[in-house]
Design a protein around this ligand. Structure first.
Ligand SMILES: Cc1cc2nc3c(=O)[nH]c(=O)nc-3n(C[C@H](O)[C@H](O)[C@H](O)COP(=O)(O)OP(=O)(O)OC[C@H]3O[C@@H](n4cnc5c(N)ncnc54)[C@H](O)[C@@H]3O)c2cc1C
Length: 415
């Protein structure tokens, strides 16, 4: 594989870069590591995010990978990566559209009716409406098909009851993709249905969860007799798992192809700025060794990500390499952030924007990163995928196979 830009890719990169230079400022180390999970989103941040998205949409740079018929550019996977790489170098607004554009939009495009696409896609692309993903529940995360929120048909509506959790952005979203159990008599993966829910519906209560970094990136969402019109159903009744798989494949692809910024450039800059034993830390051989190690590993993650991009550009479904990249990449980002704090010596323990290097961005990243190791597949779940699909080890035992969901035991056997 040749990792240099082809002449066409270089031309595309130059076009992207020119537009970004004309419309945004370059990012510095004090502008954070791009780990935006869990940031505090206030009205100002929200307006800035929507304004940036609209600017891109007006100029034809929004959701460039989406087909032209949906307002995108029909860009290739490589062009998508080039756009992400270049945009990430600029100080743009917080990206609050990752779930909507990366997961919800593609799912509506694949499974929606023409009316549903017309209603939802344009405002999703332009940033006018923000979307969230209502999948996880207190007892259903890695084992998503174990979810217990219910949908019961009532005329032209469905009535939803139950609880979702870890719903990123729910407090400012307009629409949500929702998987619920419509038939408890069916086996676990059957009997699920998939809806799009208006987040302003009566009966929805949203409670932000405060995280260790002070942000409230995700929420608990309670459904109390919430009505959803049948016109908002995206799957056949009882076939919601198949639609959920479309969403999850897109989630994995967006995590794999995004590459993420490991923060190695920022770490290098920090090592030049701070002192160790009376000299710039970068002059210390131990520090240099550590930086070299991080650099090598970050390149390995980047190139592993390129294998996902290659698969996508050849029209293939990304394989387990996306899981490898995510597993190794999230640990690496965490180690780099920890080292960024260590290099600051005693000052590193301060979680203080004004009195720490790079305006507290290292501490901010470090506290936000544990979520990266859980969202989109925990370390253990990714290891299971690698064990089964790469190493060919036997699959996990399934004790719930072939049993009606309502008969799956949920506690110790009664005496
Ligand atoms: C920052 C962040 C944002 C999120 N945003 C959203 C969102 O917008 N919408 C949404 O629906 N969800 C969201 N989630 C939830 C996320 O999808 C779940 O946290 C994830 O699927 C794990 O589920 P869980 O938290 O219930 O943990 P569990 O699945 O209960 O796992 C608990 C522990 O058991 C381990 N474990 C579980 N199964 C196995 C197994 N088979 N083998 C070995 N070990 C296992 C796990 O690795 C983990 O250590 C978000 C999570 C985070 C951290």
């Amino acid at each position: 594989m040749d990792f240099n830009d082809t002449p066409e890719e270089a031309a595309f990169r130059a076009e992207v870069r020119a537009w970004l230079e004309a419309n945004a400022e370059l990012r510095g180390p004090e502008d954070g590591g791009g780990v935006d999970l869990g940031e505090l989103v206030d009205d100002e941040t929200l307006s800035a995010a929507k304004a940036w998205q609209k600017k891109k949409a007006d100029a034809g740079w929004a959701c460039i990978r989406w087909p032209k018929e949906y307002g995108g550019r029909g860009a290739t996977a490589i062009q998508g990566v080039i756009w992400n790489q270049e945009e990430s170098k600029f100080k743009t607004a917080l990206n609050i559209f990752g779930i909507g554009h990366g997961m919800c939009g593609p799912t509506v495009m694949t499974h929606g009716t023409p009316e549903q696409k017309e209603r939802w896609i344009p405002k999703l692309l332009s940033g006018e409406e923000v979307w969230c993903q209502l999948f996880s529940e207190p007892s259903a995360g890695s084992d998503l098909a174990g979810l217990r929120s219910t949908a019961v048909r009532d005329g032209d509506d469905w009535i939803i009851n139950g609880q979702k959790i870890w719903t990123t952005g729910a407090q400012f979203c307009d629409w949500g993709i929702l998987v619920v159990r419509s038939d408890p008599n069916a086996v676990k993966h059957a009997g699920l249905s998939y809806f799009v829910v208006d987040m302003h519906s009566p009966g929805i209560e949203i409670k932000p969860i405060v995280q260790i970094n002070g942000g409230t990136g995700f929420n608990e969402v309670f459904f109390d007799d919430v009505r959803i019109p049948d016109a908002n159903r995206l799957s056949e009744v009882g076939n919601g798992w198949a639609v959920a798989i479309t969403t999850l494949m897109n989630e994995r692809a967006s995590i794999g192809s995004g590459g993420g910024r490991a923060g190695i450039g920022d770490l290098l800059r920090l090592a030049q700025e701070v002192e160790l034993n009376g000299a710039p830390a970068i002059e210390d051989s131990g520090v240099r060794q550590k930086l070299a190690d991080f650099y090598v590993r970050s390149k390995a993650v980047q190139y592993t990500g390129n294998r996902t991009v290659s698969a996508l550009s050849q029209g293939k479904t990304p394989g387990p390499e996306a899981s490898l990249g995510k597993l190794v990449g999230a640990v690496l980002i965490q180690e780099i952030a920890a080292y960024g704090i260590e290099l600051q010596g005693a000052a590193g323990v301060l979680n203080d924007h004004d009195n720490t290097a790079h305006e507290g961005s290292w501490q901010e990243r470090y506290l936000g990163i544990p979520g990266l190791r859980v969202a989109g597949g925990t370390d253990e779940v990714l290891r299971n995928i690698i064990a089964e699909r790469v190493l060919g080890l036997p699959p996990e035992a399934r004790v719930d196979k072939g049993i009606a969901f309502k008969d799956i035991p949920t506690g110790p056997p009664s005496k």
